[in-house]
Write a protein that binds this ligand. Sequence first.
Ligand SMILES: Cc1ncc(COP(=O)(O)O)c(C=O)c1O
Length: 450
Amino acid sequence: MKGDRKLSYVFPRNFKISAPRITRGEGIFLYDEEGNAYLDAAAGALSANIGYGVKEVAEAIARQTAAVPFAHGFTWDTSVTEEAASMIVELAPPGMDRVWFVNSGSEAMEAAIKMARQYYLERDGLGSVKHLVIGRQNSYHGSSLGTLAIGGSVPRRKLFLPMLHDHPKIETHYCYRCPYGLERPACGTRCAYDLEKTIRRIGAQYIAAFVAEPIVGSTVGALVPPDDYWPVVRDICSRNDILLIADEVMTGCGRTGSNFSVDHWKTVPDLVAAAKGLAASYYPAGAVLVSSFIAEAFGKGSGFFAHSHTFNGMPAASAAIVAVLRYLKEHGLVENAAKQGRLVENELAPAIARAPLVGEIRGKGLMWGIELVADKQSKAPFPAATAAANRLKAICQRRGMTVYPGKGMIDGVLGDNIMIGPPLTVTEEQVRRIFSILGDSLEELAETLA
Ligand SMILES: Cc1ncc(COP(=O)(O)O)c(C=O)c1O
């Protein structure tokens, strides 16, 4: 019954929170059942990349669903899935000409690491011991046990630690709090070169892949690497015969102002995981973009990737991808993300950086992170119990705007950030409004905490 919030059969994300009930979306706004409007400055989870209420996408999905929603990929092929793959390849870095479809970002990353392992078995025979995946502290690659094992997000890992395979981790380029206590440029990008040290210590013969988010998302809040980072890790992986996997689940499909974020550094990974922006939250869809040499090894070898899910590449999901990517292209949304990103970088971010609680604001395109601190000078974080990021989220929401909070990036416990990542359809006026609400909310948070 409408308004009866006591009775629910849904196992909620959080039993302690009563969330507003959303009934519709239009553009960058969500509306609840009481008619309140929320400017979605987080695009859901940086996933509703073309905004809400795009009729042609909904109609394309409906048409395909009416024709045939599902045709099991083990037995059938469909032209709409072929079309989706060709549109993705058109966006992809050079040399990536095969697409493995999945239903989420976690599934894309799980498939990517399993594909990396199997690639070496196909190439070198079943005796290959290449199985480890080097990841980084402060990273998130998904919620399955396989992807949690390669990620470094302490809050998400700690309850399940005894169930995780132990994969090695290197430090992240967290320059604001350099893990080595160094400063740029004197540091010589040690965090990138340490990859090679780790490989030597373990032995490249045991390592299948190195995996990283080109711009780190939710665990730190839009952490942009130094310009030489990706070229350096690309070179280290190539020289050591290790696959480079870019997790572009959040950063891909135009979010940061280029098709894929690795394009900013002209780096070509061996495998790329994409999801959120691919069907832009109109359908659960993800994909692994595969370099031709990897696909060839499978083709010449067993011919069969020993991994699948029932709904891989289902036609209705493919129809959503085709319609979303067409919309992205026709409306110049990748270019718009770059343009609005320049406005933030040159004007709005420097203004927000002056707020007393802001330690750092960082990002690219339409993916921005704001790290909150109790003391600007010393960079002292808030006590975890303050829950500063969640409080800021609540204040923003009361003011009619949603943001994406994160915590624990300093040591797994301390550290608060929020991310701003609106739909890529956002206008200059709307971007200014987002940063104006954010500025007012930061002031209110400062008053509350004083
Ligand atoms: C970088 C990254 N990888 C993987 C995932 C997992 O994606 P999903 O939630 O669709 O499983 C996320 C989700 O936030 C992500 O940001």
